[in-house]
Ligand binder design. Structure first.
Ligand code: SF4
Ligand code: SF4
Length: 198
């Protein structure tokens, strides 16, 4: 099997994991959360640069790229605008692949003021699936649901890339898998990650 075929297979598995998790949260918890459709500050949970610190993996970034490619409602210019916003976020918020990456916050480039999250159906990160506004603490989905999904996501990344991946802020990953990038920075980081985990 070629590396590309293997990646496609694992992308399909990733999507199944995420879909099952998303359906479970929707069915069992979301009805107790505030309705995003009537939220007076809709999208602030995705665009508040003091708050958003979602990190994703390499396989999830590829899933996002494929979702953006296949979304018929996006024109080529709108698609490119997502990568431009990602690049801007990396510069503006100083996002890096080293240091305490969880401490880095940003406004998410995947949020569209009309459509909402551009990867909502097919490539949403686990913390975003788990996140909603709940009035009462006991209504929140337990954190171990997210942890379990993230462990599975890590396993799939190991199967796809060995040690050549890491958890990084979403905008940074989008710049690394941008179809118009030359791939040199991703290759460089992949070499660093591979060495570090030997
Ligand atoms: S998650 Fe909360 S802040 Fe975000 S759109 Fe929904 S209700 Fe509004
Ligand atoms: S990936 Fe989607 S849900 Fe998550 S922060 Fe970005 S726009 Fe919001």
């Amino acid at each position: 099997m070629t590396a590309l075929c293997k990646e496609q297979l694992l992308l399909a598995q990733l999507q199944r994991v995420k879909s099952a998790y998303q359906s479970f949260i929707k069915l069992n918890y979301e009805h107790r959360a505030e309705d995003c459709a009537t939220c007076p500050t809709r999208g602030v949970c995705c665009t508040d640069a003091h708050f958003v610190n979602v990190q994703i993996t390499r396989l999830e970034a590829v899933a996002m790229r494929e979702t953006l490619e296949r979304t018929p409602r996006l024109t080529d210019a709108e698609r490119r605008a997502v990568y431009a916003r990602a690049r801007l976020a990396v510069e503006r918020y100083g996002l890096r692949a080293s240091g305490d990456t969880f401490a880095q916050t940003y406004a998410c480039p995947l949020y569209d003021t009309q459509a909402g999250c551009l990867v909502h159906r097919r490539a949403k990160p686990a913390p975003c699936i788990q996140q909603a506004c709940y009035e009462d603490w006991p209504d929140l989905p337990p954190a171990n649901l997210q942890t379990r999904t993230e462990h599975r996501v890590e396993q799939l990344n190991r199967e796809a890339y060995g040690a050549a991946w890491a958890w990084l802020p979403t905008p940074l990953w989008l710049t690394l898998v941008d179809p118009e990038a030359d791939g040199a920075e991703l290759e460089r980081l992949a070499r660093v990650w591979s060495t570090r985990r030997k």
